[in-house]
Design a protein around this ligand. Structure first.
Ligand SMILES: [Zn+2]
Ligand SMILES: [Zn+2]
Length: 443
C-alpha cells in the first residue's frame, strides 16, 4: 500500500495532540515544536559522535550541559560517566527519569546524512566502528527535551525530578554502577523510576506498553568442554571433546522443551562454539558461549542448574575422567535482571499517555526476551516501582512495505537501524512530559 502525502502528513501531526487535548497538552505541544530545531541539532550531533560503553566521556558532558542549562543541579562522573540532574520544586514525590548514553561497535550502513563514521579503540585496544544502533541518542534527546519543558513549567507540577544519564547499558553494568555509587542515598530517593526505549517495529507517533515482565533476565555462561586429544585416525585412544560438545548443545535444548513449564518463558541459546585446529587432530577442549533468558527467578535458577547437570551427565556418558568434566562459568558481573513494570504504575502511565497522545497511539505490546539493565533500578532494598515503555521509531510506510514484501525491518543493533527523528523525538518528549506532569501533579 502506498501512503498519499496528505495521509502521511496527517499521521505525523495527529499524535502530538490527542483527541482529549487540554490547554496544558496544547502548551506542551507548542513548546515541543518551538524546541524541536535545537533538539534535532543536539540529536544529530550525538548520532554523529557515538561513544562505546564505559567511554561516554563527551556524550555525558553534552547531556550534563543541556540539563544544567534547563535549570537542574547536575553531578557528573557518578558511577563512571553517569550524570545526575536534580530539580527540586516544592513538596511532592520524587520521580527518576533515565536515559542511557552508550553506542555500539557497529559499522553504520544507513546512508543518513548524519551517519556515524566514528572508529575508536575498544576496551581491549581493538579498533572498531561505533554507531548509535540502539537509539540511545533518541533517549538522550527526549530526556533533554523533557527537562526543558518541565524546567519551564514549574508552576504546573510539584515535587522533585531526578534525571539521569546512565552509562554502559549495552554491557549491563551502568545501572548497577550508579546504584552502587549511592544514587538512592546521595540524591533524593525516587518514589517512581521511568524510562523509554525506542522500538524498531512500532510506528513513529505511537508508544507501546507492557504491564509486568517486559524484558528478560539475561545470564551469560561459558562452558569449557574438556577431553583427551589425539590423532584423528585413532579416536579410540581419545576422549573427543568435539563430539561431547555437540551432544551437550543438543541436550541443552531439552531444558526449555522438556524441563520448563510450557507457560513459563525461557531461552537457551548457544551462540558460539569453538574448538580444534585441523581436520586430523582431536583437540583437548571446545569452548561454548551461551545466553540464558527467563523472567522468573525460579526458571532462571533451574536453567543454570540444568546446564551444569547436563554438562556433567554428558561427560559421564562419554567416559571423560572426573577431573576433566566440563567447567561451567556463569558470569555474575554480566547478569541483567528482568525488567518488571510495576502494574499499578504502568496502568497509571498508560492512562496518562492515552490522555496526551490519544488512546489509538498507545499500544499494548508483547513482552520480549531482550535484556535491559533498567530493571536494576527496582532491584534494591528501596523497591522503587519502575516502568519502561517503548517509543515507536519507524515510518508507517516502512512498516506497510515490510508487511507487503515480507522483508523484516532492521532491528535494534542493526547497522541499518535508522529511527525517524520526527515525530519520534516529539512523541517521546510529549509522552515523557505527560507522565511526569501526572506523577508530579499538584495536589
Ligand atoms: Zn541495545
Ligand atoms: Zn538500548
Amino acid at each position: 500500500m502506498k501512503f498519499s502525502a496528505t495521509l502521511f502528513l496527517a499521521t505525523l501531526a495527529a499524535p502530538l495532540l490527542g483527541a482529549t487535548a487540554s490547554p496544558l497538552h496544547e502548551a506542551v505541544a507548542l513548546k515541543v515544536d518551538a524546541d524541536y530545531p535545537a533538539l534535532l541539532a543536539f540529536y544529530t550531533d550525538l548520532h554523529l559522535h557515538p561513544e562505546l560503553s564505559l567511554m561516554e566521556e563527551k556524550t555525558s558532558a553534552k547531556v550534563a550541559a543541556e540539563l544544567r542549562a534547563a535549570g537542574f543541579e547536575v553531578t557528573e562522573k557518578f558511577g563512571g560517566f553517569g550524570v545526575v540532574a536534580v530539580l527540586k520544586n516544592g513538596p511532592g514525590p520524587v520521580l527518576l527519569v533515565r536515559s542511557d548514553l552508550d553506542g555500539l561497535p557497529v559499522l553504520e550502513d544507513t546512508a543518513l546524512p548524519y551517519a556515524s563514521t566514528v572508529r575508536t579503540k575498544d576496551l581491549t585496544g581493538r579498533e572498531v566502528p561505533v554507531m548509535h544502533a540502539c537509539g540511545h541518542d533518541i533517549h538522550m534527546t527526549v530526556l533533554v527535551g523533557t527537562a526543558r519543558i518541565l524546567g519551564g513549567l514549574k508552576e504546573r507540577w510539584s515535587g522533585t525530578l531526578v534525571l539521569i544519564g546512565q552509562p554502559a547499558e549495552e554491557r549491563g553494568v551502568g545501572a548497577r554502577a550508579m546504584l552502587q555509587a549511592g544514587l538512592y542515598r546521595q540524591f533524593p530517593k525516587p518514589d517512581f523510576a521511568i524510562a523509554l526505549h525506542d522500538n524498531a517495529a512500532l510506528a513513529t507517533g505511537t508508544v507501546g506498553i507492557v504491564e509486568g515482565f517486559s524484558w528478560a533476565n539475561v545470564d551469560t555462561a561459558e562452558i569449557t568442554v574438556r577431553g583427551v586429544g589425539g590423532h584423528g585416525a585413532y579416536p579410540h585412544l581419545t576422549k573427543d571433546p568435539v563430539v561431547l560438545a555437540a551432544r551437550i548443545v543438543l541436550a541443552l535444548q531439552t531444558i526449555v522443551s522438556r524441563e520448563t513449564r510450557p507457560l513459563e518463558p525461557a531461552v537457551v541459546t548457544v551462540g558460539s562454539i569453538h574448538g580444534g585446529t585441523k581436520s586430523n587432530i582431536i583437540p583437548d577442549e571446545v569452548k561454548l558461549q551461551l545466553t540464558l533468558r527467563s523472567y522468573s527467578e525460579g526458571v532462571r535458577q533451574h536453567t543454570i542448574e540444568a546446564v551444569k547437570r547436563i554438562c556433567r551427565g554428558e561427560a559421564i556418558a562419554a567416559g571423560v575422567p572426573e577431573d576433566l568434566f566440563p567447567v561451567v562459568n556463569v558470569i555474575d558481573a554480566e547478569f541483567t535482571p528482568a525488567t518488571y513494570n510495576d502494574p499499578a504504575l504502568t496502568r497509571r502511565i498508560r492512562a496518562g499517555l492515552a490522555g496526551s497522545l490519544g488512546s489509538d497511539n498507545v499500544k499494548v505490546v508483547d513482552p520480549e526476551m531482550g535484556g535491559e539493565d533498567f530493571g536494576q533500578f527496582a532491584r534494591t532494598v528501596e523497591k522503587v516501582p519502575i516502568c519502561m515503555f517503548r517509543l515507536g521509531a519507524v515510518a508507517p510506510e516502512k512498516i506497510a512495505e515490510s508487511e507487503r514484501t515480507g522483508v523484516p525491518l532492521p532491528s535494534l543493533h542493526s547497522s541499518k537501524f535508522a529511527p525517524v527523528p520526527e515525530p519520534t523525538i516529539k512523541t517521546g518528549i510529549t509522552a515523557m512530559t505527560a507522565v511526569a506532569l501526572d506523577l508530579l501533579a499538584k495536589k
